[in-house]
Ligand binder design. Structure first.
Ligand code: IPM
Ligand code: MG
Length: 351
């Protein structure tokens, strides 16, 4: 099979972790007789520095022409500390999500037996966790009207959702739940927010189409608490953009390292695969970042975009194997750790 993949490395540790994922993809392609055509695109601070635009039109075209997108990370502290910056790297990511119509972000959280002691949470609490967040990604407060008023003394961000946006996301949640434990939790703040009440009433009206799914509705503050108290109680959770952003970072702690969890963003056009961690600028260029989240994102890509399940499984097995054998970066093991490229090379050798 010919696989056309857009490769957007981005900022910070992005290029290093993407590099390892590319090596792994190429090894899988060789093993299973596929041909991968990689197309590089600029994004984030890197793209601002080079062409003045965090998501250049050229990159958008590359994404549209590809079968899938593998993405590293964006963000640079030089922009974070400057509230007056006119363009920010994050705008690149947001505009890519919007222009590609990537309305659903699928973020799993699971544990690895060999890493169970790595989580700051007790092993009896997290053992067996296997949940998936479906986060709305192109609406809500991220994209609502925002601005300053009162001579810059006040600021506002608005949160909007249409029924259509909720329905298309909820369908993904219901479908996922029907393939898993048939439990769907809808996370909102319906005791306070009007948009949340629309979410709740919309999803309630869809329940009749999925009689086998047990749907629960929980407030986001309570979920923030229960997620680390009883993570095994959850299976598929669906929520709006901002709540999903916050809860998925929280959930990543369960797995033991932020450097482990992959994600997929799907929608109207090409799907995108990326690690859930950010650009980790302090580690950039040091060959210490954990490449596993990006490598597992590549596995999600083989499975979801190409329907190549065996290829995906080979990658997942090799990652589990590397964790069992403690071929890991230093976020996981302080002493006797391996570098980013050594971990990648080891996984390639197993494939
Ligand atoms: C994420 C990130 C982004 C978000 C940032 C970088 C804009 O935190 O993908 O979760 O807030 O969505
Ligand atoms: Mg986030």
């Amino acid at each position: 099979m010919n696989l056309k993949i857009a490769k957007l490395a981005g900022d910070g540790i992005g290029p290093e972790v993407i590099n390892e994922a590319v090596k792994v993809c190429n090894a899988v392609a060789k093993k299973f007789n596929h041909k991968i055509i990689w197309n590089d695109g600029l994004i984030g601070a890197d793209a601002i520095d080079r062409v003045g635009d965090p998501y250049p039109q050229k990159t958008h075209e590359i994404c549209l022409e590809s079968d899938a997108i593998l993405f590293g990370a964006i963000g640079d502290p030089k922009f974070d500390n400057n509230p007056n910056a006119e363009v920010r790297p994050e705008q690149g990511l947001l505009s890519m999500r919007k222009k590609l119509g990537l309305y659903a972000n699928i973020r799993p959280t699971f544990t690895f037996d060999s890493l169970i002691e790595n989580s700051p949470l007790k092993k009896e609490i997290i053992s067996g966790t296997n949940l998936i967040f479906v986060r709305e990604l192109t609406g809500g407060i991220y994209f609502g009207k925002k601005g300053r008023t009162n001579k810059n003394m006040s600021a506002y961000d608005t949160c909007n959702y249409s029924k259509d946006e909720i329905v298309r996301l909820a369908k993904i949640g219901f479908d996922l739940a029907s393939k898993r434990s048939k439990k769907l939790c809808c996370v909102d703040k319906a005791n306070v927010m009007e948009t949340s009440r629309l979410w709740r009433e919309t999803i309630q009206s869809m329940e009749k189409d999925y009689p086998e799914i047990e749907v629960s509705y929980e407030f986001v503050d309570a979920v923030a608490m229960r997620l680390i108290q009883w993570p095994t109680n959850y299976d598929v959770l669906i929520t709006e953009n901002l709540f999903g952003d916050i809860l998925t970072d929280e959930a990543s702690v369960i797995s033991g390292s932020m450097g482990l969890m992959p994600s997929a963003s799907i929608g109207k056009k090409t799907s995108l695969y990326e690690p859930i961690h950010g650009s980790y600028p302090e580690a950039a260029g040091k060959n210490i970042a954990n490449p596993l989240a990006t490598i597992l994102s590549a596995a999600m890509m083989f499975e979801n975009s190409f329907n190549l399940k065996e290829e995906a499984q080979v990658i997942k097995d090799s990652v589990t194997n590397s964790l069992d054998k403690k071929i890991v970066t230093r976020d996981i093991l302080k002493d006797k750790s391996y570098t980013t490229s050594q971990v990648g090379d080891w996984i390639v050798s197993k494939i």
